[in-house]
Design a protein around this ligand. Structure first.
Ligand code: GCU
Length: 360
């Protein structure tokens, strides 16, 4: 049934180069992956500027006995040079007192709160994971302001070209700057960093992991339209809806696909495949019809061939589209469909942790 559904959708092939040649082996993948990033950059999210030469930071506060003396919680302000001078934003870093440097979740957050309804800090650190978290609104406000504030202003984005960054790209780029910083620390496992986000920030997390191979894993929760969900045949939110309400999340070129999905030389499985052969996790919620769990699942299933190139399994689906309560952790793409509505729950976090542990 899954196979039949995918065939019906007639998706562009991840393993066919733009010139029509086939990707025959894993050595050819980096070149195809670069094409995929190019496509998604120019047509969906918009290209970002190159990284700044370096990142710097100040430690604003440090609690050595945080969370019942189980962790060190610091707030650092991360700084770097931009065309209009220095830009800075706060990052929370919570490192459990483990015997070995812990793996880390880089959380792109809706709020600065530590903990937060979407970030059960104690449960995460108690299971041996560190957290770096920043609030997306500290990068650039989530509104259609003509790109005149925050990071957008620093890079003069109000004059952006049709293929230049929208705000999802800006948030993803900021997460990469946090990654730059994390690479300079000794008390975390720098090779095991997962970037995680919910909903609009789940779209952001996937785009971030797709572009930046330093990430061990990309995790998107309920990311839906223009995230993990295949756009062709999608229920709930469509490209038309998202561009009309949130056009500033994307580059201008994206609007040409409104009611015109069949003409896209890509679909969202390209985004997931661009993370291959690294790990991806996609989670859906049964009542989240706007995001459309089935299309999110199909995004994962359709990325399978990129992993197969490496002799690896991506998502291992059964014959049928998963039902509520199903958990698929056997391949390099993890997936679950939980009960309830659009939300980043403790259940989701616990699944991410189990999956992460399984593959460490
Ligand atoms: C809106 C939007 C979605 C998005 C969601 C969110 O519902 O249409 O695409 O994922 O907000 O970020 O919560």
């Amino acid at each position: 049934m899954v196979q039949a559904r995918l065939e019906e959708l007639n998706l562009p092939d991840i393993l066919t180069f733009n010139d029509g040649n086939r990707v025959e082996n894993k050595d050819m993948w980096p070149r195809r992956r670069a094409e995929i990033i190019q496509l998604l950059g120019s047509q969906v999210y918009g290209f970002s500027p190159p990284p700044p030469p370096d990142v710097y930071w100040n430690i604003e506060s440090r609690d050595d006995m945080a969370f019942a003396n189980k962790a060190v919680h610091s707030v650092v302000s991360l700084k770097f040079e931009t065309p209009k001078g220095e830009f800075s934003f706060p990052v929370h870093l919570i490192i459990p007192k483990t015997t070995v440097p812990p793996p880390l979740f880089l959380n792109i957050a809706f709020r600065q709160n530590i903990p937060d309804i979407y970030l059960p800090v104690e449960e995460i650190i108690d299971q041996g994971f560190a957290i770096a978290s920043f609030c997306y609104q500290d990068i650039v406000p989530d509104c259609d302001d003509g790109f005149v504030s925050g990071l957008a202003d620093m890079y003069g984005a109000k004059n952006r070209k049709p293929d230049e960054w929208g705000k999802i790209s800006m948030w993803a780029w900021a997460a990469q700057r946090v990654m730059d910083y994390l690479q300079k620390l000794d008390d975390i496992d720098k090779k095991r960093i997962a970037v995680v986000g919910h909903s609009r920030l789940g779209k952001t997390a996937l785009w971030c992991a797709a572009q930046d191979q330093r990430f061990f894993m990309g995790i998107s929760n309920n990311s839906g339209c223009s995230g993990a969900a295949i756009s062709r045949g999608k229920k709930g939110e469509r490209i038309k809806d998202i561009v009309n309400r949130f056009g500033y999340w994307f580059c201008e070129n994206y609007s040409q696909y409104i009611d015109n999905e069949a003409s896209m030389p890509f679909d969202q499985h390209f985004l997931i495949a661009a993370i291959a052969p690294r790990f991806v996790y996609v989670s859906s919620a049964a009542e989240d019809e706007w995001a459309d769990p089935e299309s999110e699942f199909l995004g994962c299933a359709a990325a399978y061939d990129a992993y197969k190139l490496f002799g690896l399994n991506g998502l291992i689906p059964g014959e049928k589209v998963p039902g509520t309560g199903d958990i698929l952790h056997q391949g390099r793409i993890g997936y679950h469909l939980r009960t309830g509505s659009h939300y980043l729950s403790r259940y989701d976090w616990n699944q991410f942790i189990q999956y992460f542990r399984r593959w460490m």
